[in-house]
Design a protein around this ligand. Structure first.
Ligand code: HPA
Length: 253
């Protein structure tokens, strides 16, 4: 079953015909919200609001371990994350991007299920942080939906919650990052540790600090405007991706 983790601007999924909600307890504490079970385009799916239903949990306080554990425990076989980002290079507000790489700058977040104690030491392979086959499925869904989804990008994960300085954005650019967001890690790595295929749809909501129309400051009003239109596209995209993921994760494809 496909699990969707909705970020800023996607705390509810109107395309999901809701069957039930479930509050899940985990060995890692409370997930961000109840899990919502339902159907998208006649395909069963599971939805979790990353920042809580009322959007009250900031990126550095999201319980990423509880979220991923709960999804796996309740039957998720693939995870599609939706996350808003600032654009650094080659992307503009309003665009949807399917990143293929990550650079992790986050700190002070519990970032692994393999935390010592009585467990053997495990180092998961993370060469390709986003599952290539799931990415491919997303691209096919986008083509069917007729929605532009840029193939590839390097996601810089920062702790936030403040936005970056212009110099920080320049540094991320020099490092090779093309977009910046606050929730991509450890979410992707935890999915890998649980052997859950994972991909992300990044919604570019602003130019990074110091760039383009964020030259002087980043406007929250324009972010809100961009989010609203872009999330409509994301909903349509999900309707086309969900049935394909179902085929993919049942091995029918
Ligand atoms: N920086 C970090 N995270 C973000 C941004 C940004 O500019 N926009 C949306 N999420």
């Amino acid at each position: 079953m496909l699990a969707i983790i909705g970020g800023t601007g996607l705390t509810r999924l109107s395309t999901l015909a809701i069957a039930r909600r479930e509050v899940v307890r985990t060995p890692y504490g409370e997930p961000s919200s109840a899990l919502v079970f339902g159907e998208i385009a006649a395909t069963s799916a599971l939805f979790l609001a990353r920042h809580g239903h009322g959007h009250t949990i900031p990126p550095h306080r999201v319980n990423y371990r509880a979220n991923l554990w709960a999804l796996k425990n309740r039957g998720a076989t693939a995870v599609l994350a939706v996350a808003s980002v600032g654009g650094i290079r080659g992307v503009a507000p309003g665009e949807l991007v399917l990143p293929h790489q990550i650079i992790d700058y986050t700190h002070d977040r519990p970032a692994t299920f393999f935390d010592g104690g009585d467990r053997t030491v495990v180092h998961v392979d993370f060469t390709h942080p986003y599952t290539p086959a799931l990415r491919q499925t997303c691209l096919e869904g986008a083509a069917k939906a007729g929605i532009a989804l840029a193939d590839g990008g390097v996601y810089a994960a920062v702790s936030g919650p403040r936005l970056e300085t212009a110099a920080e954005i320049d540094r991320l650019d020099r490092d090779g990052a093309t977009m910046v967001g606050m929730t991509g890690m450890p979410e992707a790595a935890l999915a890998r540790e649980l052997e859950l295929p994972y991909a992300a749809i990044a919604v570019v909501v602003n130019h990074g600090a110091g760039r383009g129309d964020s030259g002087d400051h980043i406007s929250m009003e324009s972010i809100a405007d961009v989010l609203e239109t872009a999330m409509e596209k994301v909903r349509t995209l999900l309707e086309h991706i969900a049935p394909l993921v179902q085929e993919y994760s049942t091995g029918a494809k």
